[in-house]
Design a protein around this ligand. Sequence first.
Ligand code: FAD
Length: 309
Amino acid sequence: MGVMRSILLAASQNSWLREHAPRYRFVRRAVSRFMPGEQLEDALAAAEALARQGMGTLLTRLGENVASEEEANQTARHYTTVLDAVRQRGLDAEISVKLTQLGLDLSRELCYRHLASLIEYAGPTSVVWIDMEASPYVDVTLELYRRARAAFPNVGVCLQAYLYRTADDLASLLPLAPAIRLVKGAYREPAHIAFPRKRDVDENYYVLASRLLAPEARRAGVRAGIATHDRNLIRRIEALAASDGLRKQEVEFQMLFGIQRSEQLRLAQEGYRTRVLISYGSCWFPWYMRRLAERPANLTFVLKNIFSS
Ligand SMILES: Cc1cc2nc3c(=O)[nH]c(=O)nc-3n(C[C@H](O)[C@H](O)[C@H](O)COP(=O)(O)OP(=O)(O)OC[C@H]3O[C@@H](n4cnc5c(N)ncnc54)[C@H](O)[C@@H]3O)c2cc1C
């Protein structure tokens, strides 16, 4: 793992920085590249703009590891407001939640209750996506996913290609006709559980994506979200889909707001299903550090903002 990546991922877990860094204007300005604003209204306006360009969206309010039941309840209430607003505006937008935001650290049952009520509230055609957090949460996340999937059709989960275990997890989930969002993985994980070399992660991503798009998976009703900005992988997956006879509308790419905008537009214009994940909210520090860690060249952007402020 790159030294800079390790430093940034360590910073993402630092509580002093979490509290103090967001006070600086240059940090807030730099983060605006990745999020349209802190308010739900900012995210909805961005979703409307993307809809005009033919893209669907995923909405997520930043925040993780809530420490009180009231915060978990408040988060769940907030997402019902989001679903109401999406319906009122007729947007093709789904929500994406972190289980630790719904109280997983406090009580599994509390978390599941919130998750199930959101899935039900979203209605059968709008998938509620569950983010995948750091590795200690993978077992419990998949356990709650299975439980939710047994009760509802409209729930999806994220799997991370950097983990060795993901190939087995995917194989065991496929019979459930799941909705799976495949990502490379954004956390700091040790080499005994995750591929340390980027090229191995990329290769594993391709292998897992091939399984998700394979004819058997499609016949079983799997919905695959190919969530990456990696142009090389995107090209390979486009070629694979074409050679398997998939129509472009049957392939869904997902990307983060503000990253590879031209690629997002190209995919949408060419007829692929394209969804952009929009994050908003005030608890953005750990999330922002993970975005910097993905591409330490982003730091140049932060530095430019220091000198121009
Ligand atoms: C829709 C969506 C949902 C996600 N949900 C989760 C989740 O639940 N759990 C989880 O662990 N991870 C999640 N991630 C993050 C993911 O794990 C990766 O960390 C992130 O997508 C970067 O990997 P990449 O596949 O784009 O490939 P990379 O090889 O990291 O990047 C490929 C190229 O994309 C561009 N790029 C990538 N990241 C950035 C950036 N931050 N800033 C500027 N350019 C960039 C660069 O040009 C880079 O060369 C999600 C990602 C997406 C798109």
